[in-house]
Write a protein that binds this ligand. Structure first.
Ligand code: ACO
Length: 323
């Protein structure tokens, strides 16, 4: 059977680093509060010339280079983002143009922080269905543009960045020993819309709007929702937490990550954490963390890797793949 294997990864981060102490004079907060409640120490903030498209392009080019491929080899781009350059056309199409591609097809996927997990699953289905042979799957966000910089309960939590992977069709045996995407579970429930949303949009206010969040409510649901999809993926694959080599969760809050890993019985040394460096970069957080663990040599060929995310909607999902 056809499997979608990862050929390369890449990332892009804005030039400007904003440390917790840089919030002095912006909102009333402290390094101690932010670190203790979230694990975040710094985040990257995009300058005006750095956009979701430019960061996504840079991450995509690096992933292609790591794969030893060029844009000519790609026939599908799926961009996970909630901060597109324009309402339309899709920012994926702009990235396609920036890469010099006039062939293939590209579209955006909007599932907020779960976007990359949704996008990997969507690209995998296109590859296994024969619609594409090689896909660029990108998560790119400029969440700083959505933040209310007077609201200390949200503005300290988020950052900007992008991550990308190249997925390629390969023959597998149809067993757990195959490389590539092995199992996935996606969920959403719009009942939770008001707990995390942006208060603007083209069809309502005609403005971009600002991010609004009931942090405590999100926290309350996060661990059980994350555990739910991961257990579904474990059941699909016939594995337990002990079989996982690396857990690459959405990087929203270290306390949520720690609590989820503990509930699932995933050993702390298998958990990839980058929230301290990047903050919550929404759909970019999983590929940024994934690339970090690939680049530093932790994730190696043959390893079983579990991706997970949860975000606005609510949306949530998990993907299991063998590197
Ligand atoms: N600095 C200092 N004090 C603050 C700050 C801040 N930045 N923000 C809030 N406070 C204060 C509050 O006003 C409150 O004060 P009060 O008791 O006098 O009213 C106090 O700190 C405690 O506030 P809580 O909201 O109860 O703090 P909590 O421990 O819940 O932590 C946090 C808040 C970090 C937002 C937490 O609820 C959380 O992480 N929730 C999940 C959010 C999340 O992960 N969202 C993203 C997931 S989905 C996605 O990625 C899009």
């Amino acid at each position: 059977m056809i499997r979608s294997i990862v050929r390369g990864t890449g990332t892009a981060l804005p030039r400007r680093v904003m440390k917790n102490t840089d919030f002095a004079g912006v909102v009333e907060t402290s390094d101690e509060w932010i670190v203790q409640r979230t694990g975040i120490r710094q985040r990257h903030i995009a300058e005006p010339d750095e956009t979701t498209a430019s960061l996504g392009e840079e991450a995509a080019r690096k992933a292609l280079e790591a794969a030893g491929l060029t844009p000519a080899d790609i026939d599908l781009i799926v961009l996970a983002t909630s901060t597109p350059n324009n309402t339309f056309p899709a920012t994926a199409v702009e990235i396609q143009q920036r890469l010099g591609m006039t062939h293939g097809f590209a579209f955006d996927m909007q599932a907020v922080c779960s976007g990359f997990v949704y996008a990997v699953n969507t690209a995998d289905l296109h590859i296994r269905g024969g619609m594409a042979r090689r896909a660029l799957v990108i998560g790119s966000e400029t969440f700083s543009r959505l933040l209310d910089w007077n609201d200390r309960t949200t503005c300290v939590l988020f950052g900007d960045g992008a991550g990308a992977i190249v997925l390629e069709a390969a023959e597998g045996e149809g067993t757990l020993a195959d490389r590539g995407v092995l199992a996935a579970s996606l969920r959403s429930d719009g009942c939770h819309r008001d707990k995390l949303y942006v208060d603007g949009g083209p069809s309502t206010t005609g403005t971009v709007g600002h991010l609004r969040m009931e942090g405590r409510e999100v926290f309350k649901h996060a661990v059980s929702m994350i555990s739910d999809v991961i257990e579904t993926v474990f059941d699909q694959a016939g594995i337990t937490a002990d079989d996982i080599d690396w857990f690459v969760p959405h990087q929203a809050n270290k306390r949520i990550i720690d609590a989820s890993a503990k509930k699932l019985g995933i050993a702390p040394e298998k958990v990839v954490i980058t929230v301290d460096h990047h903050g919550n970069t929404s759909a970019a957080s999983v590929p940024l963390a994934l690339h970090t663990a690939v680049a530093d040599g932790r994730i190696k060929k043959g390893d079983l890797v579990l991706l997970e995310a949860m975000g606005g909607g609510f949306t949530w999902g998990a993907v299991l793949l063998r590197w």
